[in-house]
Ligand binder design. Structure first.
Ligand SMILES: NC(=O)c1ccc[n+]([C@@H]2O[C@H](COP(=O)([O-])OP(=O)(O)OC[C@H]3O[C@@H](n4cnc5c(N)ncnc54)[C@H](O)[C@@H]3O)[C@@H](O)[C@H]2O)c1
Ligand SMILES: [Zn+2]
Ligand SMILES: [Zn+2]
Length: 346
């Protein structure tokens, strides 16, 4: 099969022929129809993820039809339309037994621990714990986005952020995760302030329901948010991932506000200086959010099927593997606005 592969961190990704993946007893092989280019793929390529062994085929946000089913998998069949929660939970550890698959002790993330979906075929181990059924009315490129960024945003806004109607919600970084967060928070009746350094990203945030936008390279974001909201936001999400955006996000909160960290922190081993005195005196919540367990997907999928949430306009471009290889290496900085989908068949 054809796949995007890199032989070294920050080495040029190439489209090459590699052997077809082998189906594990507990897993499936999926014929990939769409695979989103997430910033986490870029972090992996940069060498920020210790779980990646070289050479590597990245890609973890995918959807397609099942081509092969492992001998111990009962509920999935050839031809089923699926995505997978990128977490790759084991289903057996203490965290999984409590239903908290998103923080599994023994994750097998496709595209990180094992080869991923920037390829014609992808092996997905632990199928029963991680696959998610996609109804016919949801297109494959939208389904792909659910496997990582839209699902992650849903958990960050709804389950971790507990967004309520009328609340002020600030989203820092308006790429795949951030624009999804804007859309989901606005659909829940929140007043969303979008922050980015790219005017193109901010234009899109307005389209997805932000009532105000701030440019982090020009504006004093915390003081503008305190002015706009009359005392600070109830929820603020770092959907970019840096010490600076995490601190800015916390500084945007009003009393009893919630900060949710979604963006990966590559610098200083992920250490951020947090104003703990303010956390104490204003009773702030500092929360992390990691993916979403497969068993929590039906609620979100029902909202998409009924038209309550429409992720389709998030997708801006569809490319083949050759262009995908080029865009992977070029996804740092402000990147490209909206979501890029790689279709390995084109
Ligand atoms: N926690 C999780 O489970 C999880 C899941 C998916 C992605 N992630 C992480 O979330 C982050 C976002 O991923 P993505 O694919 O949406 O990224 P993306 O590249 O699509 O978007 C990032 C956005 O941040 C903007 N940006 C850059 N510098 C900024 C700054 N200083 N202030 C505000 N905005 C700035 C960019 O202009 C861009 O619009 C990444 O770190 C990714 O690895 C985490
Ligand atoms: Zn991702
Ligand atoms: Zn587990």
């Amino acid at each position: 099969m054809r796949a995007i592969r890199y032989g070294g961190f920050q080495a040029t990704p190439e489209v090459v022929a590699v052997p077809d993946p082998v189906c594990t007893d507990d897993g499936v092989v999926v014929e990939v129809e769409a695979s989103g280019l997430c910033r986490s793929d870029w972090h992996g390529w940069m060498g920020h993820d210790p779980d990646i062994a070289l050479p590597h085929v990245p890609g973890h946000e995918f959807a397609g039809r099942i081509r092969e089913v492992g001998s111990s998998v009962g509920v999935w069949h050839v031809g089923d339309r699926v995505t997978a929660s990128f977490v790759g939970a084991c289903g057996r550890c203490e965290a999984c037994r409590r239903g908290q698959h998103q923080v599994c002790d023994d994750q097998q993330q496709v595209g990180f621990h094992c080869w991923g979906s920037f390829a014609e075929l992808v092996a997905v181990p632990r199928g029963e714990q991680n696959l998610v059924r996609i109804p016919d009315e949801i297109p494959m490129d939208v389904a792909a986005l659910l496997g990582c960024r839209f699902g992650t945003a849903y958990r960050a806004v709804v389950h971790r952020g507990r967004t309520r109607t009328g609340e002020w919600v600030v989203v820092h970084g308006c790429g795949g995760v951030g624009l999804s967060s804007v859309l989901i928070a606005a659909a829940r009746g929140a007043r969303v302030v979008a922050v980015d350094v790219s005017t193109a990203a901010l234009e899109r945030a307005r389209r997805f329901g932000a009532v105000a936008v701030l440019n982090a390279s020009q504006d004093d974001v915390p003081s503008a948010v305190h002015d706009l909201t009359g005392g600070g936001a109830q929820l603020s999400i770092d959907a970019y991932g840096s010490a600076a955006t995490a601190r800015t996000s916390i500084s945007c909160l009003g009393k009893r506000g919630r900060h949710v960290q979604v963006g990966l922190l590559a610098e200083d081993g992920g250490t951020v200086r947090v104003p703990m005195a303010a956390v104490l005196s204003a009773e702030l919540d500092i929360l992390g959010s990691h993916g979403m367990p497969a068993h929590d997907y039906p609620e979100m999928i029902a909202e998409i099927s009924s038209g309550g949430l429409d992720p389709r306009p998030l997708i801006e471009r569809r490319v083949g593997l050759d262009d995908g290889a080029r865009l992977l290496a070029d996804a740092g900085g402000a990147g490209r606005p909206g979501v890029t989908i790689i279709d390995p068949r084109s």
